[in-house]
Write a protein that binds this ligand. Sequence first.
Ligand SMILES: [Zn+2]
Length: 235
Amino acid sequence: MHVYIEFAWTRFLSPAQVLRVQPVFIGTGSSDPNATGSVFSTLIRKAAELWNRCGSVRCIKIISNTPIYLNKPAYKVLESEAEAISLLAEVNVADAVEVFVVDRMDFACSWGGGACFSSGTASAKIVTCDQQLSIPAPCPCPGYCPATCPPCPPCQTGAVNYYHLAHELGHALNLAHPPGPSGGLAASTPGSNMEPSGFCCDNPNVQSAKNCRNASNPLLYWGLGICSGTPDIMD
Ligand SMILES: [Zn+2]
């Protein structure tokens, strides 16, 4: 009976291109109540869900390793871009996109609270923060409010950035902001998740066929996935 169930299950699986993510939290370990990373499980679930919508075009599956904990409390609040760069150098996992989660970034207005480095390459790394899901959200920088977003100030309610990590993984997958291509990154679809964002304004909960087709990274490897999703936009 057991064999039968497994056989039935595998009938739903198809060849999929898999992108592995390595979360890195700041703290002593999984039992540290003050460790960073509280947003990660929500953000990675939303990211996997958005990228799963590629299924009818091209099957892409996002999977996550168990977190690595870095016991260096100074990194909980990043004070400068240079400190963020230092943090990124702390962990290298050859077969995964590292996602570093800090408490907050005190300088990162123009990053929208997160950023991807070495986009589109096997060295791609993302830095983000637990403040992504705080309500009320932090106010954006003066003058920083993408055209796709509703007016941000006075920013009392705070949209939560559920699809922020999906967006940064889009950069890791070599996608530019729409329309692109730009800066060596491939074209993406206006109105899709690849629209820039920031606090008070989530990246759109919209996947596109073009984003799915243009995604690339040497870390993608062939595995199995459930490829049932359909992009919201063709194309
Ligand atoms: Zn971006």
